[in-house]
Ligand binder design. Structure first.
Ligand SMILES: C[S@@+](CC[C@H](N)C(=O)[O-])C[C@H]1O[C@@H](n2cnc3c(N)ncnc32)[C@H](O)[C@@H]1O
Length: 188
């Protein structure tokens, strides 16, 4: 918060920027315009302090990968955050050091099917095109039926949802795309 207050310009998606609208900072909204964002940072940071805000931890399927392609380590200061994966595991009261961490966000589901088949515990980020219900249906169709599943949607928001069940039960749930899903051989 101190660095955000000190910054002249805030860069983030619309949902995050809304939370800081009271600070009356100049802003740049991220929406399929990452190359422009990099140019904007390059130009603004010559004279002003720029903060890029990310959900969770910027290094966990976040904006850091992109920023490291355009800026050196010395040009960036990374403040760690609590990843949605960590928050989900805390809510479900399970460890995550023994899990395979992966994502379907913007990557499609097929890639994770074999990962899930071959690992006893997988934690994955879902996305608008791959909701927990959709992922559960794809797994069932691929013959993966006996694993236990859970998903945590809209974590830390008033509409937060925590659900545990079989893949069949997850497949019946409403479509909550902003979720972390856990699929395990053991009870969750
Ligand atoms: C681009 S990734 C960013 C992940 C982020 N860097 C992190 O550490 O959580 C976006 C995905 O993170 C997950 N996510 C982000 N915020 C979430 C929340 N509040 N509740 C549940 N999942 C969330 C969802 O799977 C979403 O599709």
């Amino acid at each position: 918060m101190e660095l955000i207050k000190e910054a002249d310009v805030l860069i983030a998606g619309e949902r995050i920027l809304k939370q800081f609208s009271g600070l009356k900072k100049d802003t740049f909204i991220i929406k399929n315009n990452l190359e422009q964002m990099a140019d904007f940072i390059r130009e603004q940071s010559l004279t002003r302090k720029v903060a890029v805000l990310a959900s969770g931890d910027p290094g966990m399927y976040g904006i850091l990968n992109f920023l490291r392609k355009h800026f050196t380590q010395n040009e960036l200061l990374v403040i760690p955050g609590i990843s949605s994966m960590q928050l989900a595991c805390a809510k479900l009261c399970i460890s995550w050091h023994d899990a395979l961490l992966t994502s379907t966000h913007g990557r499609g589901v097929e890639k994770v099917v074999e990962q899930i088949r071959n690992h006893s515990k997988v934690i994955l980020l879902t996305g608008p095109e791959a909701t927990p219900a959709h992922i559960a249906r794809v797994l069932i169709e691929a013959g993966i039926k006996d694993k236990k599943a859970a998903f945590c949607g809209n974590l830390s928001y008033p509409e937060e949802v925590i659900f545990r069940g079989t893949l069949e039960e997850v497949a019946q749930q409403d479509l909550i795309s902003n979720s972390v899903m856990v699929i395990s051989d053991d009870e969750i």
